[in-house]
Design a protein around this ligand. Structure first.
Ligand code: NI
Length: 154
């Protein structure tokens, strides 16, 4: 496993519609392992493959509810609304206020090609929506009510 460079807003890979994963195996496993190491090293809640320069439909999410690897994820239904702060490892130094569904149901494949469903609420739901947007070339700053600078880190 190795930590990968996180591409920043302005890089065209972040604006691509990513390709479905068709081959499950060692290459996908290596990608997911690198994504896990990268999201943890960066203290992120999630990371999508295009953020490390790979235009495939794969994301990792690291939240209180657990660590998830979502391959070819699809949102099945959404319910309610939440409005709150959001950031992105590809938009360093900024945060924005974004409206998201409060609850989402999604289906996805795991790294072994097995299909699963999940139900997410609150911050977990926000993370799922944010990461899945990345797979269609959408950044939170595209839909934020406001975007503001965070205080500089030491
Ligand atoms: Ni992001």
């Amino acid at each position: 496993m190795s930590k990968r460079y996180v591409v920043q807003d302005g890089d065209e890979v972040l604006r691509k519609t990513c390709r479905p994963v068709k081959v499950f195996g060692s290459e996908l496993n290596a990608l997911l392992n690198d994504m896990k190491e990268t999201v943890r090293a960066e203290n992120g809640a999630g990371l999508a493959a295009p953020q490390i320069g790979v235009d495939l439909r794969a994301v990792v999410i690291d939240v209180e509810e657990g660590f998830y690897e979502l391959i070819n994820p699809v949102i099945l239904s959404v319910k309610g609304e939440q409005k709150g702060p959001e950031g992105c490892l590809s938009v360093k130094g900024k945060q924005g206020t974004v409206r998201r569904p409060y609850k989402v149901k999604a289906e996805y494949f795991d790294r072994n090609g097995k299909k699963h469903k999940l139900t997410a609420e609150g911050f977990f739901a926000r993370a799922v929506c944010h990461e899945l947007d990345h797979l269609d070339g959408i950044l939170y700053i595209d839909k934020a009510d406001e975007v503001y600078d965070l205080p500089a880190e030491d």
